[in-house]
Design a protein around this ligand. Structure first.
Ligand code: ME8
Length: 509
């Protein structure tokens, strides 16, 4: 059998100017679900996350904290590394842009671009937003009280300094051709049009170095300049695969299958990054998915408003899996969403504890009580519920997850959970013990089988609690992947006594 193509998935590398919040957790969890799904399907996966540690914004944050930039980034970067554990991420790598391997990769990419005549020295004069680490044209700005603002709301300042430029203007046509040839490159489709319009409007050459501060990767041969933080940051995706050593063990993972990002940084990933790569003779990534923006109880999340949601506090209060489930269930992936405690509690109580948890508990308690705790046999002549409702579920779920429709995949599984609950109510196996024990056994086995499918399909979203459910269902460790779904469990397996999977929130504050 031919080994399936390896899958390379990335999150943005997060700025270390501030502590991690729910937005960072969201992007990382979504990417984690996809990584876990591909592994479940038997594919080889590399899942990368990390921190973006250079640039004016981080330098300023270190200064404000009264710390040396390296000590500051060491400290804050650790908070992002800890977040991986807190959020149950299965990342294979964690990259920091202050690592020597990354500095070497940035300089190698720069040299390659320079060698190909893609970089030239000039003077930059224009508007710069430190908060976004981005340059803006005058037509993109608005003015309030004498201060000019970028479309993101970040204030801009006038910058005038010598600068190297990347010949971005020369890449418009090739970018458009790439978008045309790869219609799924930018997802969701609505975002693709934004990018197309921007590129069709014509691209200017991009300033890719700065001289007014020091905290960055020095430009090879001209250390007065440090590289523009976005050129530095984007390069992380190839540094981690061993660039510039194309014989490196991990290089076979390039090009990335997916860069998962928020909509705020789509332009960098869908325009600049493929242009840099093509200009250096490298393949662009296969897909960039730009998800939406979370607000908190209707308000923009910001430090100044004081409504930043700490992912750690949420996990402590509600448990990890309910938080992971909620974030991906509540909002159609790609659209903006509003975080509300009430909505989280409703989903935890109604969908996880009542619908799924009770289904498992009822089924497994009946098997304990009425079947001596042993897995009963399937009905000999086939089972309409399993054939109609459960059999199509794995393929449908996979298609949705692989299209980053995480919410639709969950909706599909929970629709089947509802049908399973209707099935148990309709069949009332508790009443069949005396009248039709064979029928009772068949119904319980069919519900057990449905639960086995639900638990495996939901593992990428809720690895901890679905692992516990699979324990209770008696599914061995080596039979918890998608291939195992096709192999029914042997009859008569002894099952452990069931225990509740999810804790309901009784008196929501
Ligand atoms: O932009 N809702 O880092 P960053 C949803 N270092 N997602 C959110 C969010 C919110 N309210 N707030 C943040 C950078 N995010 C660069 C990236 S990549 C080569 C360099 C998520 O720390 C979302 O994924 O500002 C967004 O794109 C990212 O955090 C920005 O993180």
């Amino acid at each position: 059998m031919k080994a399936p193509m390896p899958v390379y998935l990335t999150t943005p590398i997060y700025y270390v100017n501030d502590r991690p919040h729910i937005g960072h957790a969201y992007t990382s969890i979504a990417t984690d679900v996809l990584a876990r799904w591909h592994r479940l399907a038997g594919r080889e996966v590399y899942f990368l996350t990390g921190t973006d540690e250079h640039g004016q914004k981080v330098e300023k944050a270190a200064r404000d904290a009264g710390e040396d930039p390296q000590a500051f980034t060491d400290r804050v970067s650790q908070a992002f590394r800890d977040l991986c554990g807190t959020m149950g991420l299965s990342n294979d790598g964690f990259i920091r842009t202050t690592e020597p391997r990354h500095r070497a990769a940035c300089q190698a990419l720069w040299n390659e671009l320079a060698r190909r005549g893609e970089i030239y020295l000039g003077d930059y004069e224009g508007w710069y937003a430190v908060r976004d680490e981005a340059f803006y044209g005058p037509d993109e700005l608005t003015e309030r009280d004498g201060v000019k603002y970028a479309p993101s709301g970040a204030p801009v300042e006038w910058v005038r300094e010598p600068s190297y430029f990347f010949r971005l203007s020369a890449w418009s046509e090739k970018l458009l051709a790439y978008y045309e040839a790869n219609p799924d490159f930018i997802q969701p489709a609505s975002r693709r049009n934004e990018v197309l319009a921007f590129v069709r409007g014509g691209l200017s050459d991009l300033s890719v170095s700065r001289t007014s501060f020091r905290w960055g990767v020095p430009v090879p041969g001209d250390p007065e300049h440090v590289m523009y933080v976005w050129l530095d940051a984007l390069t992380n995706y190839i540094t981690a695969m061993g660039y510039p050593d194309e014989k490196a063990e991990l290089w076979r993972f390039w090009p990335a299958d997916l860069h998962m990002v928020g909509k705020d940084i789509l332009r960098f990933h869908a325009i600049y990054w493929p242009a840099f790569l093509m200009a250096a003779g490298l393949q662009p990534p296969r897909r960039v998915f730009a998800h939406g923006w979370w607000t908190n109880e209707g308000q923009k999340i910001s430090k100044s408003v004081g409504n930043v949601i700490d992912p750690l506090a949420l996990v402590e209060e509600f448990g990890l899996d309910p938080v992971r489930y909620f974030l991906l269930r509540e909002v159609p992936f790609g659209q903006d969403g509003d975080f509300s405690r009430k909505a989280l509690i409703n989903r935890l109580n109604g969908e996880l504890a009542d619908a799924l948890g009770n289904l498992a508990n009822r089924t497994l308690s009946l098997i304990q009580r009425n079947c001596e705790g042993r897995l009963p046999a399937l009905a000999p002549g086939g089972d309409a519920f399993l054939d109609g409702v459960i059999a199509p579920l794995p393929a449908a779920t996979g298609a949705r997850i692989e299209a980053q429709q995480f919410h639709l995949a969950l909706e599909g599984v929970f629709e089947a959970v509802r049908e399973a609950n209707a099935h148990i109510t309709r069949e009332a196996p508790w009443a069949l013990k005396k009248t039709d024990p064979a029928r009772m056994a068949a119904v319980l086995r069919s519900l057990h089988e449905a639960l086995r499918v639900f638990a495996i399909l939901l593992t990428p979203y809720m690895p901890g609690s679905m692992g516990r459910l699979l324990d209770q269902l008696g599914v061995p460790e080596d039979a918890r992947d998608l291939a195992a779904l096709a192999r029914p469990m042997p009859d008569g397996v002894a099952l452990p006594p069931p225990a509740p999977l999810f804790q309901k929130i009784q008196n929501p504050a």
